[in-house]
Design a binder for this molecule. Sequence first.
Ligand code: HEM
Length: 283
Amino acid sequence: MTQIRYAGNSYAARAGESVLDTFLRLGVEFPFSCRKGTCHGCLCRVTAGVIPAEAQRGLDAERCAQGYALACRLRPAGDMEIVSGKAPAAAPACPAARRSPPVTLPDAEMWQALQQGVLLNTLLEDFYTRVYADARLAPFFHGVTKQRAIEKQFLFLRQLFTGEKVYFGDRPRNAHHWMVISDELFDYREHLMESCLRAHGLPEYLITRWLAMEEGFRADLVKAEPRKRVMGGMELPVDGFGETVMEVGTLCDSCGGEIDAGTPVRYHLRLGTTYCPGCALSA
Ligand code: HEM
């Protein structure tokens, strides 16, 4: 039976039953009203487990990216963990964030100011050139090419601002699971972004809006310890190597030699770097 972890307890859901119905059946106190996805009163946030698309229907792109879902439409396909979707009571650490306006996404005006992606691309090129030259931020990007960082960020932002489903990478909470990012480092990167947005002439009110959007990810990224990556309700190791047999040919990330399909290889769990049998011994 599928288990739903919530507020320190675990509840067994029946097949096809929504999280809200499970809670109501078991007498678990949980906010709700219409029970049909209109009022959003049962908004929750999935912190582990797979979210069916149906449970995010009607939510904006930012909330979807942050793992929010409606408990009345959330029918778990496997074990999951949720928290109530109410906004955290604690004030954000950054003084700029406390002045943040509410974020409404998608943001057609922002996308237009970003020249339907043309300016966004230039801007990200500049931002990541600064990041890769920055002694504090560059080490996080070891093993990631600048081009890959730009492309992923571009698609992520395009999806947020336009609402088009074009980003298939990890949600920020998972993508940054191993990174120890303090509030101060988050602010530091934020200031770099802010000066970049200004240098490329984005109007001040849109800079404020952009920063407010990024602020929404602070709670996902800032942490004192690495966090495990959660996929399909399962926690994956933070680091280390796995072994597999290649289904298609590739090149060894260490010696550059060819690896044929059918060859057993070693790969880094986080970076995905793959080592041929010869290099695997020293990886
Ligand atoms: C100090 C703050 C931050 C640091 C050090 C950081 C670092 C990184 C690094 C190293 C990657 C590459 C991961 C990889 O490809 O393996 C990455 C990816 C990414 N970051 Fe950040 N980041 C920060 C803040 C943010 C913020 C505020 C956002 C959201 C607005 C964000 C969104 C993303 C996204 C969407 C990806 C791509 C995820 C994927 O690879 O699937 N990051 N970040």
